[in-house]
Design a protein around this ligand. Sequence first.
Ligand SMILES: [Zn+2]
Length: 354
Amino acid sequence: MKVYDVPNDIQPLVSTFLVEANKRGHRLVIDDLIITYKYNIVTAKIHAAGLCRKRYGHTPIIFIDTTSPNWRASDISKEQLVFHELCHCILNRGHNPDTLMNGNFASIMKPSGETIYGAVLNYFKREYYLDELFNPAADKPAWAQVTESYLKPYQVLDTLFYDDFENFHQDDTIVDDQQLRIDSVKYKDWSLGANSVVRRWVVDGHLELESYERGTYTIPFNVNIPDSVDFEIKTNMVIPGGNSGMMSFYWGGSSLKDMYAIIVNQDGYTSIGQVSHGVVVAKSDVNIYNDVYNEIVIRKSGAFYYIFINGRLIDNLKFEGLKGNLFGFGVSGLASEVWIDDVLVTIIQSAQYL
Ligand SMILES: [Zn+2]
């Protein structure tokens, strides 16, 4: 006996699944499916945001955990979660751990739970992922074959911002060494200081951002990047050994909400996006050092961003207009610490135009 029982707030995603299948020539009928909420889904000893259970002679059941980050992060991460489970339960597909030439996952059917396309910077990838969902033999996308390389020569036309954090003398300021409760110290344009939850300081030629409590803390700064130029942002960051947590770099925002962000944890799990629209995983296996600085490069060339960490391509994204001149460094997660060395923002001209 067929059963169809899908909650109202999930039904639109099932409808979209049918529409996207239809666009690709698959006339699917879904008339035997139960979707239900379940918290603390544990499968193969790991927590999952969703699960498909199929047994012969029974209606397939999808469990969705609406308390999971996948459900809560954004509409687009919800879509990927539900499509993944529908693909198991309706299209009978298993997992596909493959990656594309640029290192992105090859399929929504990857075995892990990261969100792989988002509303910001990489929405253009959705089309391919849906093609692949309904046809595992779909052509690999052109955007995955990146020709831009870390070492590609370019000319620096102008330096917009540079700081190496040298020449800072604590003696020049009024410092209460015992308490470190100085919230208004200015070093160049950096707002430094310390209180009981966070410390922002320049010492020994680098900038330090240390949190004493769980949360997200930032050190903002301003860089004006003119419209329609190519540019490169280069900085060095490290979560010093023994600390866990995430280090972030923000750029091009008018407020904390609309800044673009690259977030890297101590294991190399890297996400990129916009603070208010959720982030999307770029790579989960980047080599991140905890004893030397990691170089983060955000290069805007033509219509695209190319992101490199320690000289390795992490992701290529579509350039979207900057919202403002707000930049920043961040630390988040449990109490942690991030050190920052040089930060350099330049206007560049790619070799192809020279
Ligand atoms: Zn799965």
